[in-house]
Write a protein that binds this ligand. Structure first.
Ligand code: GUN
Length: 307
């Protein structure tokens, strides 16, 4: 974390993720050397969505850098649901693959829930399968969605014990909002999930010791929605036109979060920047989940990875 001029302390997710990846890389090397199991991750992408292409390429590179096997399956946008399900069945049966990730969004003719449900829950490194959602809800060991997992690691590193804190999560997605609520509940927070239909969102946010923004709307959370001293976790990754009108006219963009950072940094106690906050934690946790899945497949207790 970095202190800046008495304003909020910046939570450096990039640095934390770098340390986590180092620990995963070392643990994976020991799993390979001691038990002959090299963790393997298969990523499946259907179609040409440009943002998804970049995410998938990054995931492949990071996986290889961590010394793991990385297979990327690029399927045509017209791929049928039956063919995709057949590929998942083959990956479920492949003993060299411990993690399977199907990049979302999928083309409209494919039922994403049917596809996610076809993944072996023990290889579901995204933690999106209903079995893993259920395990998380009842407190059983499973695979936890990467973005909320990484966000909670950052919060515990920044704040220590989270017991009794009021946590407000803005956004109710299955990928972030709901699992984040479960994780914070298991850390003994008092949890509120707010969303687009919530009445007086600003007032709800002002009650938060921990405010998690996961709505996908650029800079929606304003500075005066934040309780002074609160910890703010910004999950948003939104592309908006460049500040420079000439560059904007050329189509240049910049990335902002769901929080109006310049306002929030003057009020919050701690805050994740965008980029460089939660984003790098997502891939680091994907590698951690792949390592964990590989250990479990071999009946080996995973090494503790949290700092
Ligand atoms: N698309 C955007 N984020 C994610 C993610 O975390 N997992 C998958 N599978 N697809 C995504």
């Amino acid at each position: 974390m970095t202190e800046i001029d008495g304003r909020a302390t910046i939570i450096d997710g990039k640095a934390f993720a770098g340390r986590l990846v180092e620990r995963v890389t070392a643990a994976a090397a020991r799993l390979s050397a001691d038990h002959g199991v090299r963790p393997g991750l298969a990523v499946v992408i259907v179609g040409e969505d440009p943002a998804s292409q970049i995410y998938v390429r990054n995931k492949g590179e990071r996986t290889r850098e961590a010394g793991m096997r990385s297979d990327t399956h690029r399927l045509d946008a017209a791929t049928s649901q039956a063919d995709l399900l057949a590929m998942i069945a083959a990956l479920n049966a492949d003993t060299g693959i411990h993690g399977i990730l199907v990049q979302l969004p999928l083309p409209g003719h494919i039922d994403a829930q049917a596809v996610l449900s076809a993944i072996d829950p023990d290889k579901d490194v995204d933690g999106f399968h209903v079995v893993n959602a259920g395990r998380l809800a009842v407190g059983l060991p499973g695979l936890v969605p990467c973005t909320p997992l990484g966000s909670v690691m950052l919060l515990k590193d920044a704040l220590g014990d989270l017991s009794g804190l009021n946590a407000v999560i803005v956004g109710r997605s299955n990928i972030v909002g709901k699992p984040m609520a479960q994780l914070l509940l298991s850390e003994n927070c008092t949890v509120t999930i707010a969303h687009s239909r919530s009445r007086d969102l600003a007032a709800i946010c002002r009650g938060a010791d921990i405010l998690v923004a996961a709505v996908g709307r650029p800079e929606m959370i304003r500075g005066d929605w934040i309780k002074p001293g609160a910890a703010v976790i910004d999950v948003g990754i939104n592309r908006v036109p460049s500040r420079d009108p000439v560059k904007a006219a050329e189509g240049k963009t910049r990335v902002v979060g769901d929080v109006a950072f310049d306002e929030a940094v003057a009020v919050a106690g701690r805050i994740t920047p965008v980029p460089g906050g939660v984003g790098p934690m997502t891939i680091a946790c994907l590698l951690a989940n792949t390592y964990t899945a590989a250990c479990r497949s071999a009946g080996v207790e995973p090494e503790p990875l949290a700092a």
